[in-house]
Design a binder for this molecule. Structure first.
Ligand code: COA
Length: 269
């Protein structure tokens, strides 16, 4: 196990257990609101994990969660008050860079929503691949109640994760909904007692870690990139992704393990 905390101000903690990294937003005094410094620290944390992967780290899944009562209360509204329109644009660019880095991270990212996830906080969870929530959590894209709209992917990702109807209901009203409703709407995959959330997220990550990492990465790419394409092109992309895994040692190991009635040992090559 290794733990590193962002040197800047302890805003983000990264702990690695086995082949799973746990990234924890650590600004509980401000409900984990996304200040410029926090956005930069999160981006750095994901960039360092991606760099480690390139250097051969056996990282297979990431769990993203928050310290304290909130997952993330969205943009830091106190800081926002001090920003000019130009500075707000600059901040939105940084925020979108973070969201895109999480969405394109070459391993699955699980959002463990431990409490409030509003505005940019929910957008961050929507950029993840799988969301699970504590039964005490509440979510919402509440921006219209502040006279603005979601600016870090919310209007697009909520419509894709759930549906256009769900995106319109939540975004046009700006209302907050409880975890159980978020589950019914298809936004979160599971709702668990708050005390169990960390364990359930770790177990889910372990399920992913048991699978072939190249296969998981190829499947994520096929799903994400295919979603934006016409069906015929998306099916062609699936074939390209399949080809990547067909030639891998992991594929041979998977078949051998099945024949020998044992668990496979995947090496990611
Ligand atoms: N930006 C900056 N500071 C925020 C914040 C935000 N988005 N959300 C919460 N905070 C701060 C609070 O001002 C408070 O600071 P203070 O102690 O200096 O007053 C601290 O975080 C704790 O928040 P508090 O409201 O006291 O805690 P709570 O547990 O009762 O409620 C929330 C937590 C997240 C439900 C509530 O703070 C909230 O609704 N925040 C606004 C969320 C929002 O509208 N986000 C923007 C979406 S576009």
């Amino acid at each position: 196990m290794s733990t590193t905390t962002d040197a800047a101000a302890g805003l983000v903690a990264v702990e690695t257990r086995g082949s799973v990294a746990f990234v924890t937003i650590n600004r509980p005094d401000a409900a984990n609101a996304l200040s410029k410094a926090l956005v930069a620290a999160l981006e750095r944390a994901f960039a360092e994990l991606a760099g480690g992967l390139k250097r051969g780290d056996d990282l297979r899944a990431v769990v993203l969660t928050g310290t304290g009562k909130a997952f993330c209360a969205g943009a830091d509204l106190k800081e926002r008050l001090t920003m000019s329109p130009e500075q707000t644009w600059g901040f939105l660019d940084e925020l979108n860079r973070l969201m895109n880095a999480v969405a394109a991270f070459p391993r699955p990212v699980i959002a463990a929503i431990n409490g409030a996830a509003f505005g940019g906080g929910l957008e961050l969870a929507l950029a993840c691949d799988i969301r699970i929530a504590a039964d005490t959590a509440e979510i919402g894209l509440t921006e219209v109640r502040l006279g603005v709209i979601p600016g870090a992917g919310g209007t697009q990702r909520l419509a894709r994760v759930a549906s256009v109807a769900v995106a319109k209901e939540l975004i046009l009203t700006g209302m907050r909904v409880r975890a159980q409703r978020a589950y019914a709407l298809g936004i979160v995959a599971d709702v668990v007692p708050a005390a169990n959330l960390a364990d359930v997220a770790a177990k889910l990550a372990d399920e992913i870690a048991m699978a072939g990492p190249l296969a998981v990465a190829a499947a994520k790419r096929a799903i994400d990139e295919g979603a934006a394409l016409p069906l015929a092109d998306a099916l062609a992309l699936e074939a390209v992704c399949y080809e990547e895994v067909l030639a891998s040692d992991d594929r041979n190991e998977g078949l051998a393990a099945f024949a020998e009635k044992r668990l496979p040992t995947f090496k990611g090559r």
